[in-house]
Write a protein that binds this ligand. Structure first.
Ligand code: COA
Length: 435
């Protein structure tokens, strides 16, 4: 049987694909924009009629409609995520969903070593090419590990999925069932850039030298920072994801990857989230190199590039420089993702810097605090933390004493909260404020 005949023989309807699920299965979904949304919607609609019970739905970033999370389907599905996206936050808040802490770069290993092995893996892909390969398009990350280990692999063949180059090609013989669909991919709109973002963007841009290799994390600020890099020269990209903000820099030649030590000239990433304009931009783009997340996010691989500057965001920083980036107190609202992967990689890179950028306040409360909120996990610990940037400046914390770290952090806190933080500093270090 040739590849084309094999594809035809495995082509089913979406309902036939849903019927491959069995009660008690663990279903791992394709990541972020790679989620098979037609499949997950039908699975929620059909679950009760099929008598499905106790299916663990596992994923990292999740952008879908969250139909399977409806409380009325509680017997059918149970969520376990390694990253809490907006649709899952309510289920987590109501204790209907679980969270498993995990470094993003270790997730493929968790799958391969049997910690979180899928019974079923379902994702989106492109139609097969003339050689019999479908393409994973926007999401490479853990898909190859999941395809290797899942008993059943289901793919939603969406002709609007872009083709990306790199480790994204999968032969049809590795997939058990396909169904075809045609719909636009979920879009993430670029962030709004206000005065605070402009000031932070300027401070971060000043920390990025010409020739640097950059990583930009998830959240509004990392993407906003790109708009301040237009005057730089010879930037490279080694990241876990990028979005629309990179397009002008690539088109103008600011990002050209000339100075990179790995994949020179290429933009290395493991997933993409953006607008349709961005998905069109990456389609068959020879500058793009998609790699599995156990490559892109391995701190030792990251560090092979000199001047690796990572830019991520966070929720709260205490006066020792301990950072929470994933929860508000006990309530998980996000995940560890690749934050520490890139902070460690940047810290090991020759000339590297690890930057955490955040507004000094949110909803009228300070994000720089004497102690992290009760129950808040430490995402980036005080030994790994490097630079914290707010709209009031830059605090370089590596190699600094606890007293000096606290002083530097207070100086970039919002002025309204400084008196209270200074009082804490004077109590903690038994001396008068040094300014
Ligand atoms: N106290 C209380 N609430 C807080 C808070 C704090 N200290 N900090 C943030 N929040 C709230 C915000 O007000 C916002 O609330 P809303 O949803 O009701 O508007 C919500 O938490 C999200 O904060 P925001 O700053 O808007 O998020 P963002 O989209 O810019 O993302 C992170 C910021 C930290 C959540 C995001 O960067 C992240 O998930 N990081 C961890 C993973 C990571 O860094 N990966 C890197 C590689 S991709």
């Amino acid at each position: 049987m040739n590849a084309s005949e094999m594809y035809q023989s495995r082509l089913k309807t979406v309902d036939e694909c849903v019927k491959l699920l069995k009660s008690g299965d663990r279903l791992i979904l394709g990541h972020a924009v790679g989620e098979p949304t037609t499949f997950t919607r039908r699975m929620a609609e059909m679950a009760k009629d099929l008598g499905l019970k106790d299916i663990e739905v596992n994923h990292l970033v999740y952008l879908g409609g969250g139909e399977y999370l409806d409380p009325s389907l509680g017997e059918c599905f149970h969520n376990n995520s390694e990253f809490v996206g907006a649709p899952v936050r309510q289920a987590i808040k109501e204790k209907r969903a679980d969270f498993t802490p995990c470094f993003f770069h270790e997730f493929p290993r968790m799958i391969r070593e049997g910690y979180i092995t899928p019974d079923v893996f379902a994702c989106q892909c492109t139609p097969p090419d003339k050689f019999g390969y479908v393409n994973l398009g926007v999401s490479c990350d853990y898909a190859l590990a999941a395809i290797e280990k899942a008993s059943t692999v289901i793919m939603e063949v969406n002709d609007q999925m872009p083709v990306t180059y790199g480790s994204t090609f999968v032969h049809v013989s590795e997939v058990d069932a396909f169904f075809e669909s045609s719909h636009p991919l979920p879009e993430i709109q670029p962030p709004k850039i206000g005065e605070v973002e402009k000031k932070i963007g300027k401070y971060v841009a000043d920390l990025i030298p010409d020739g640097a290799c950059i990583q930009l994390g998830i959240g509004a600020l990392p993407d906003a920072i790109l708009s301040f890099l237009g005057d730089k020269k010879d930037l490279g990209v080694h990241t876990e994801m990028i979005s629309d903000g990179t397009i002008p820099l690539i088109e103008s030649g600011v990002i050209n990857g000339k100075k990179k030590q790995t994949f020179q000239g290429k933009i290395v990433s493991t997933f993409f989230m953006g607008t349709k304009k961005f998905y069109d931009f990456i389609d068959h783009n020879p500058a793009i190199q998609m790699m599995p997340v156990d490559y892109t996010n391995d701190p030792d691989i990251i560090a092979q590039n000199d001047n690796l500057i990572s830019v991520n965001s966070c929720i709260q920083v205490d006066l020792m420089g301990q950072v929470c980036s994933e929860a508000i107190g006990e309530r998980q609202i996000s995940g560890i993702g690749g934050q520490l992967d890139f902070i460690r990689g940047a810290n090991r890179s020759k000339g590297g810097k690890a930057i955490l950028a955040m507004a000094s306040t949110t909803k009228g409360i300070s994000k720089i605090v004497p102690y992290l909120d009760h129950g808040a996990p430490v995402t980036t610990d005080r030994c790994d933390v490097d630079y914290i940037v707010t709209e009031y400046g830059v605090a370089s914390l590596r190699g600094q004493t606890l007293r000096e770290r606290a002083r530097r952090l207070i100086n970039i806190a919002h002025p309204d909260f400084r008196p209270e933080l200074i009082k804490e500093w004077e109590r903690r270090f038994n001396r008068t404020w040094e300014g």
